[in-house]
Each structure stands twice: as structure tokens, then as C-alpha cells.
Design a protein around this ligand. Structure first.
Ligand code: CA
Ligand code: CA
Length: 491
């Protein structure tokens, strides 16, 4: 026995020498992100609830760092790999959103302490979950010392186009004192915690020079540290962010707008969305944010079923180039008519099991087929409101079909050979070449499918599984019956 264990250990060692694990080889494209508003996530410590008033949508609702720890297994189970926290820094009273920073160097007292934060990060890391914190660089609370400093450090009369704008003042990022303060704060959170990255809030509004200075400083401090860019103004040109090579991924508000608009109308083709896909894969893809009508609500208002609409939307978000970024509550799913209703506490007790099962499934598929994260992207074809695209790398090819039509549709695939077959893994569809040399992808109305290109083994797997099961069950049956007889014989 000991000998066997030793030879297995030796073999494993040998394999590890041959195929060393590449440390740090994972990229941001491998992540599945979960965006979380700490105050509105989960209340884990009621002793901190001094400012909590659930009846007031503009007050703290009690969520905290201890509450996140209690839900880490749930998030892990849903397949998320990275949690993106709302700002953790101390805020002025009622700053539940995190954008009224009154001290860049301490944790908001309603959430806990820096020890609670580090404990939360450790618990996340123990489950292989990364933790990113949203970092505010453009604003402070109107009670922050910069708002009343003798040197003019904030912009006079600058209006902030956000629901929390009253209560915040805009920093003048051209001022050396502002810059050094923000950079010191970035270094503080990198040194005092094990955070894996920052999401720069409203990065599109930052002073372009300061953005470069900040991202370079972060990279010098730790080149594995993830930097994400939040986009506040949906109409702004993103080229400054796209040109910044230190930024790993950027919000794609245009994808949210296009996808939700098209999906509001069953029968509309998703092809315009697919053709506008940014193939560079550095975009954060989502349909929900904290300020717009919840996707589920919008779909329901247009007569669409929760599960049906999530299947279509998630199939795009998890198979197109980019990084899926899911808002807290989407997987419940939650309803909400926009701000502030879309920011309600997560209703964990209203979990729809079928919706949850699909979120789990699509995450598992993305992890199982890395081509969905790194493969080249191309449009294949369309018929009515059914569209097909493919992802391909040197080892794998996957076709994705989205049928937003109100009737079934078929799209032919002609660039495969008879040696291959298409295995549809969402709906168990197996497609082989027909007599004309075509692979005909047929989907019922309002469905999606992910087809894996496999070698055509000419075998009918459902039948084989059935027969295999019979052959396996037969001897087991004999064995059990034999035992039963033996037992009764003893009596
Ligand atoms: Ca609390
Ligand atoms: Ca506070």
C-alpha cells in the first residue's frame, strides 16, 4: 500500500515537472465578476447599525463586511471568481453608497473595521475569490477637509450628474495636494490589505494626466493588481481609457443599453449587438447597474419570462469577448424600477431555483471552455432574429446561437467537415452534417445554445449511456439480490 502511494506521488511529481503551473498566468478575462453594494448586500452585524433606517431609501440599510463573509459560499457556488465592492472608505452620515468620502484612510464605521475588511478578504481568498474595491478619486463629501481648505482644491460650482451629487464636491485633480493625497490613499489600501484590485470610480471623468499617474503608480507597486475602470457618463468617448494599458477592463455601458433595448422587444435581432462587440475583450459586460431599471423588471414589463430572458442575456454576457459582471441580486432575480429601488437589500429569501441553476450552469460552462474567455470572435450568420457567432482558439471552437425571434429559426454552418459534430450543451442538441454538407442549427423561439465542436465519433451517446447503465446495473442487481438471499438464508 505504502509503495503504491509513493509511486503515485512520484508520478504526480514527474507530471508537475513536465507541466509546471504557470504562476500569475491568469488574466482578467478568466474572471466572472460580482458587483456588490456593501450597505445593501447583507447585514451580518447588527451592533453596527447606528445609522440604519430601512424605511428610508436614502439611508444606511445595515449591510456590512461580516454580512459578506456569511454569503461567500453562496457567491462561490454561483461561480463568481471576483467580488467588486462598493467603496469601503469612511463616508459622511447617510453615505451608504460610498461616494461621500470623508476620510480616505479608514473603513466606514457602519461596515466594520480594517480588521473586518482583512478578515473578509482572507475568507474570500480561502475560497479562491478575488476582492476588488471601488476607489473614488474624483469627489469627496462636502464635509471633507478639502472642501473648506484655504487653497482651492475643489472645483467651484461643478455639478455632479449623479443621484448622490448633492453632498459631494468635485476634486480639482490638477492640484498637487489632491493628487498626492489620492496616490497615498491608493498605496495605503494596497499595503494595509490583501485587496486584488481597484475599480476606479467614474474613471471617464478623471483628469487624463492624473489617471496615467495613478495607474502607473499602482502598477509599480504591484503589477498583478487589477485595475478596472467604472464609466459614469454613458455618452463619453472611452478612447483615453482604452489607450491606458495599465487598465485591465472597462465598463461597457453601450452593451447594457443595446442588449436591454433589443431584448425589450421579442422578435428583434441581436445581430447589431453582436456586430458591435469589442473583440479586444477588455470590456466589463452587464445588463444591470444600481441606477437603471432592473433587467428582470424591464423584461417583465415587456411580457418576458425571467428565466427565458436571463438565458438569452447571460449566454451573450458569458460567451462574447469581455468579462461578465453581474450585479448583486440579478441571480435572485430582483425587480426594481431604477434608482433607488434597484438598490434594495438583496432578497436572499426569494431565490428562484431555476434562475439560480442557470447562473451556475453558465459560469461552469465559461470555466470549462477557456475559448469563451480568450478565443477569437467572428459573426457567422443570421436568420430572422436568430444570430450565430463563434469563438475559436488553437485547441477549440465554439458556436453560440441566440434566437430572440418569436418563432423557431435555423442558421446553417458551412465551415465544418464530416469529421466533426456540434454538441449543444445548454439544450442537449447534437448536430451533424446533413446530405448537403451543412450543419443546420435549429432553435425554438427565445432560446440560446452553445455548441462545442467535437470529433464526430458516429456514436449516439444517450443510447450508449443507457445501454452502459443497463450493463452496469445488471451485475449490481445480481450482487444485491445475492446478498438479500444470503441475509434471508441466515434468518
Ligand atoms: Ca450591520
Ligand atoms: Ca461615516
Amino acid at each position: 500500500m505504502k509503495k503504491t502511494i509513493w509511486s503515485i506521488a512520484l508520478m504526480i511529481g514527474f507530471v508537475m515537472v513536465l507541466f509546471p503551473v504557470q504562476a500569475g498566468a491568469t488574466t482578467v478575462q478568466d474572471e466572472i465578476m460580482y458587483r456588490l453594494l456593501i450597505d445593501r448586500f447583507n447585514n451580518g452585524d447588527a451592533s453596527l447599525d447606528q445609522q440604519t433606517d430601512i424605511a428610508d431609501p436614502y439611508a444606511f440599510h445595515g449591510g456590512d463586511l461580516a454580512g459578506i463573509v456569511k454569503k461567500l459560499d453562496t457567491l462561490k457556488g454561483l461561480g463568481y471568481t471576483t467580488i467588486v465592492l462598493s467603496p469601503v472608505m469612511s463616508n459622511a452620515d447617510n453615505g451608504y453608497h460610498g461616494y461621500w468620502v470623508d476620510d480616505f484612510f479608514s473603513v466606514e464605521q457602519q461596515y466594520g473595521t480594517i480588521e473586518d475588511l482583512n478578515n473578509m478578504i482572507k475568507e474570500a481568498h480561502d475560497r479562491d475569490l478575488n476582492v476588488i474595491m471601488e476607489f473614488v478619486t474624483n469627489y469627496v463629501a462636502d464635509t471633507h477637509e478639502f472642501a473648506t481648505a484655504s487653497e482651492q482644491l475643489v472645483k467651484e460650482n461643478a455639478s455632479i450628474a449623479a443621484p448622490w451629487g448633492d453632498g459631494a464636491v468635485m476634486l480639482d485633480q490638477s492640484k498637487a495636494e489632491v493628487r498626492s493625497h489620492i496616490i497615498e490613499a491608493a498605496q495605503y489600501w494596497m499595503q494595509e490589505t490583501e485587496l486584488d484590485g481597484f475599480k476606479l470610480h467614474a474613471a471617464d471623468q478623471m483628469d487624463a494626466d492624473f489617471l496615467k499617474e495613478l495607474t502607473r503608480t499602482i502598477e509599480q507597486e504591484d503589477d498583478q493588481f487589477m485595475i478596472l475602470a467604472d464609466v459614469l457618463d454613458v455618452k463619453v468617448d472611452l478612447s483615453v481609457l482604452e489607450e491606458n494599458k495599465q487598465i485591465d477592463a472597462i465598463d461597457a455601458p453601450n452593451v447594457q443599453q443595446t442588449l436591454t433595448t433589443i431584448m425589450s422587444k421579442p422578435g428583434e435581432s441581436l445581430t447589431p449587438l453582436i456586430k458591435a462587440t469589442d473583440e479586444a475583450g477588455r470590456k466589463l459586460l452587464y445588463v444591470d447597474n444600481f441606477y437603471t431599471k432592473r433587467f428582470t423588471q424591464l423584461m417583465a414589463e415587456n411580457g418576458r419570462n425571467d428565466l427565458t430572458s436571463w438565458k438569452l442575456a447571460l449566454t451573450y454576457l458569458f460567451t462574447a469577448p469581455g468579462i461578465p459582471s453581474i450585479l448583486q441580486g440579478s441571480d435572485i432575480p430582483m425587480y426594481g424600477d431604477g434608482y433607488p429601488e434597484s438598490q434594495r437589500l438583496v432578497q436572499f429569501n426569494q431565490q428562484d431555483e431555476d434562475v439560480k441553476a442557470f447562473f451556475e450552469k453558465i459560469s461552469a460552462i465559461r470555466k470549462q471552455f477557456p475559448v469563451l474567455a480568450d478565443g477569437a470572435f467572428s459573426f457567422v450568420g443570421e436568420s430572422g432574429a436568430m444570430s450565430v457567432y463563434k469563438r475559436t482558439n488553437e485547441s477549440q471552437t465554439v458556436y453560440v446561437a441566440l434566437n430572440n425571434d418569436v418563432q423557431s429559426q435555423a442558421v446553417p454552418v458551412t465551415d465544418l467537415t464530416n469529421d466533426e459534430q456540434l454538441n449543444g450543451i445548454l439544450g442537449d442538441n447534437l448536430v451533424r452534417q446533413d446530405d448537403e454538407g451543412v450543419f443546420n442549427l435549429v432553435l425554438p423561439r427565445e432560446t440560446a445554445e452553445i455548441y462545442i465542436v467535437e470529433e464526430n465519433n458516429g456514436l449516439n451517446w444517450p443510447f450508449i449511456t443507457f445501454i452502459g447503465g443497463v450493463f452496469l446495473l445488471f451485475p449490481i442487481g445480481i450482487f444485491v439480490m445475492g446478498r438479500k438471499q444470503k441475509t434471508s438464508g441466515n434468518n
